[in-house]
Design a protein around this ligand. Structure first.
Ligand code: NAI
Length: 409
């Protein structure tokens, strides 16, 4: 009955009724949040489809658990299994200290070419926010996932290779702008037309499918003209070529939106940080480069309650391959204390269900989370400062979610 893969055929995800989906438990709080998340997802699926559909979870390994078993942080098998089964759920992974692999998360995304990191950010009633009108926050961030400074092409001050890089820059390319030659480290920032275009394409397609009103391209193109500036220009060029009938440019429309079309705008990243706080409703979909996206998504999460509730997915939209994961890390400071908030991973699980077309089960999870927060029931990261809240541990929170799902019509 099981052992069936989800596949992508004719541009559409095809999900059998009993798909196999791999999961990585994760390090630190990983075990505490992953197990309850699987249970909540199973519960929602059972409730939605009365046993006619069921996920067969298989555990695959990365991080501490993999290292203990195989001596490798990210065994090749793990990547192969995700390739085979198309989608996976992943708990947070610690970045091993010392040489070798820089970040398991980055390595996994790059090996599977999961080029878009998709992070929806919205406010839930009942959650305290530093904003006056948090209900205006409903944005989806598309962060480019494969290049930029995250490629790890770095050269340390004082090393022989660094001297070569510096020599090449100064003597062959006649670069005069290095303030302290001989005393500098270097980092290289590859930004390609291909990666920029596919990310922007995915964000605009998503906006069309989800009937979102606007896409904002965020960059620092005024300073980094050939990388971030090129991202902006390639993005605008692509939109003009492929989406002209669906979109209009903010600068052409003035204050009057064109009905039914998507407004395309761009913002310099520093100005964007101010704008997303002051005018969050203006930015429905955000498409940006890797590093900007990292900063923006944590600020966006803080606007609505913190990383404990912000879900995320890493997706290759054309192959359908995707890894759904909490946006936070392993939280070593609270690991093993039943304090971790599992919502981020649970909502990532909800995104997984949407991705495979099981919308009914996804909606049940969404409604249950909304109910819990409306009743001010949640973990201490959300409700420690809230009067009248019911603060619960990780396990009890998940149990109450399952009970809420059970009682829905
Ligand atoms: P972190 O996200 O683990 O923790 C930052 C703060 O947020 C801590 O105070 C922590 O207690 C709190 N926090 C995080 N998740 C929480 C949750 N679910 N419920 C309640 N509170 C939560 O970031 P940090 O400390 O910088 O990184 C720890 C490790 O995680 C590092 O090895 C890092 O490389 C890794 N990491 C992994 C990520 C991933 O797997 N996608 C993402 C970010 C970091």
């Amino acid at each position: 009955m099981f052992e069936q893969c989800i596949i992508k055929h004719d541009g559409k995800i095809q999900t059998p009724d009993f798909p196999v989906i791999p999961y990585i438990e994760g390090d630190g709080i990983g075990a505490e949040i992953t197990r309850p998340t699987l249970e909540v997802i199973d519960h929602a699926v059972r409730k939605a489809y009365s046993g006619k559909r069921k996920i067969q979870w298989i555990e695959i390994f990365a991080g501490d658990k993999a290292y203990r078993q195989t001596g490798e942080w990210l065994p090749a098998d793990t990547v192969t299994v995700i390739e085979k089964y198309l989608v996976a759920l992943k708990g947070p992974l610690a970045t091993p200290v010392g040489g070798g692999i820089r970040s398991l998360n980055v390595a996994l995304r790059r090996q599977l070419d999961l080029y878009a990191c998709v992070r929806p950010v919205r406010w839930f009633q009942g959650i305290e926010s530093p904003l006056k009108k948090p209900e205006l926050v409903d944005m989806v961030i598309f962060r480019e996932n494969t290049e930029d400074l995250y490629c790890g092409i770095e050269f340390m001050r004082g090393e022989a290779e660094t001297a070569k890089v510096e020599h090449f820059l100064m003597k062959e390319l006649y670069v005069k702008a290095i303030p302290f030659p001989g005393d500098s480290s270097y980092g290289i920032k590859p930004v390609s037309k291909n990666a920029s275009e596919r990310l922007v394409r995915a964000s605009v397609r998503y906006a069309i499918e989800q009937r979102r009103p606007a896409v904002t391209l965020v960059h620092k193109g005024n300073i980094m003209k050939f990388t971030e500036g090129a991202f902006r220009n390639w993005g605008f060029g692509l939109i003009e070529k492929e989406f002209q009938k669906d979109c209009y440019l903010e600068k052409d429309a003035g204050q009057s939106p064109e009905s039914g079309k998507i407004c395309i705008r761009d913002r310099i990243v520093d100005a964007f940080f101010q704008d997303m706080l002051l005018n969050p409703a203006r930015h429905s979909i955000v498409a940006t480069l890797n590093l900007n996206g990292d900063y923006i998504s944590d600020l966006a999460a803080a606007m609505v309650g913190g990383v404990g509730i912000a879900p995320g997915a890493n997706i290759h939209f054309e192959t359908g391959r995707a890894v759904f994961e909490a946006t936070h890390g392993t939280a070593p400071d609270i690991a093993g204390q039943d304090k971790a908030n599992p919502t981020s991973l649970i909502l990532s699980g909800k995104m997984l269900l949407e991705h495979i077309g099981w919308q009914e089960a996804a909606t049940l999870i969404q409604r249950a989370v909304e109910k819990m927060f409306q009743e001010k029931t949640g973990t201490s990261d959300l409700f420690a400062q809230t009067t009248g809240a019911r603060m619960v541990g990780t396990a009890e929170f998940a149990e109450r979610l399952r009970a809420a799902i059970e009682h829905f019509d």
